[in-house]
Ligand binder design. Structure first.
Ligand code: BEZ
Ligand code: FE
Length: 316
């Protein structure tokens, strides 16, 4: 625990320069060392930012209102707070600090605001399209391996993606509940295979404070086409990632800075029926990607949303 300075404790503030030491001193009794480290660094950096920018009182009010609206617009089918962290590059920075990909494991990517959890199971070769979804059929194919190249049996893949119109089912009352979401478990050969539709790139929601910021910064709100995966297995670190379509030209212009060349799947187009899955309508595409998990403790993210927008709700 930090030691309190009695002179600062007894000081009654009168100048700008006295504020930061007085606030830090007031926090000195924090028992939890990590909370103390985080909160004192926060105060030092935020106060330094304020000294640099010297906001007016009106700008301060506007800043607080921007943060207030993040909470007000967050509900079961939309998470504006996560979206704001994503467009500011905060989520990708935290992701890369915690996941450097240096042990041969697949690179991770940010979770994003649209992970719902509780998706229905999807057997090998089954489809995650639960609505009549236009667009080219897609087979997502690959294996889950450990860092020695051995297949992982019983690995769990939690998958979600936007429809070809660029909306996740939680945003779109026209799509069935859990459309384009599913969970598949690998067999002894570590293989997964599921049917879907080729995703398109899409704009992130811009009706709230995150969108106001993008607008002011003259930024395109687009994400390149991708499919989200959470891949987990006992005794392995859970991988949260996205597989990008190698045909998308906008890989370097991702509004949330998540696209990486290491996590591009190979998209191939086919006109003949698939020999093992003749029900897949032609022409169809395949996207092939092998995931590599490193040893570790599995952990699971808290879903940023839990449900679907209804027809009356205009947000999200
Ligand atoms: C997504 O990929 O689902 C996403 C990520 C960040 C912001 C918005 C959407
Ligand atoms: Fe996405």
């Amino acid at each position: 625990m930090a030691v309190k300075d009695l002179t600062l404790s007894n000081l009654i503030l009168s100048t700008e320069d006295e504020v930061t030491p007085k606030v830090l001193n007031a926090m000195a009794d924090t028992d939890d060392a990590r909370i103390h480290e985080i909160t004192t660094a926060l105060v030092r950096h935020v106060h330094a930012f304020i000294r640099e920018v010297r906001p007016t009182e009106t700008e301060f009010e506007q800043g607080l209102d921007w943060i207030t609206r993040l909470g007000q617009l967050t509900n079961e089918s939309h998470n504006e707070t996560v979206l704001a962290a994503d467009v500011l590059g905060i989520s990708t920075l935290i992701d890369l600090i915690n996941n450097d990909g240096m042990q041969g494991e697949t690179m991770s990517a940010l979770l994003g605001p649209f992970y719902r959890g509780e998706s229905p199971p999807c057997g090998f070769g089954q489809s995650i399209a639960r609505s009549d979804t236009d667009g080219e059929s897609l087979l997502l194919i690959g294996r889950v391996l450990d860092t020695n190249g051995a297949p992982i049996s019983g690995a769990r893949l939690d998958i979600w993606q936007a429809s070809p119109v660029g909306l996740y089912e939680n945003q779109d009352p026209e799509q069935a509940d859990f459309n384009l979401r599913g969970v598949q478990t690998t067999g002894p050969d570590g293989r997964y295979l599921l049917c879907s539709v080729v995703p398109s790139g899409y704009p992130v929601p811009t009706f709230g404070p995150a969108g106001d910021l993008l607008n002011a910064q003259k930024r395109r709100p687009f994400r390149p086409a991708h499919v989200h995966f959470i891949v987990s297995a006992p005794a392995h670190k859970t991988l949260i990632t996205q597989i990008f379509m190698d045909t998308d030209e906008n890989m370097s212009d991702d509004v949330v800075f998540g696209a990486k060349s290491q996590i591009c799947g190979k998209l191939e187009h086919h006109t003949d029926h698939h020999p093992d899955f003749p029900d897949v309508r032609t022409p169809y595409a395949t996207c092939t990607y092998d995931f590599v998990l490193k040893p570790g403790e599995p952990t699971f993210p808290t879903p940023p949303i839990s449900g679907k927008k209804d027809k009356e709700n205009t947000n999200g």
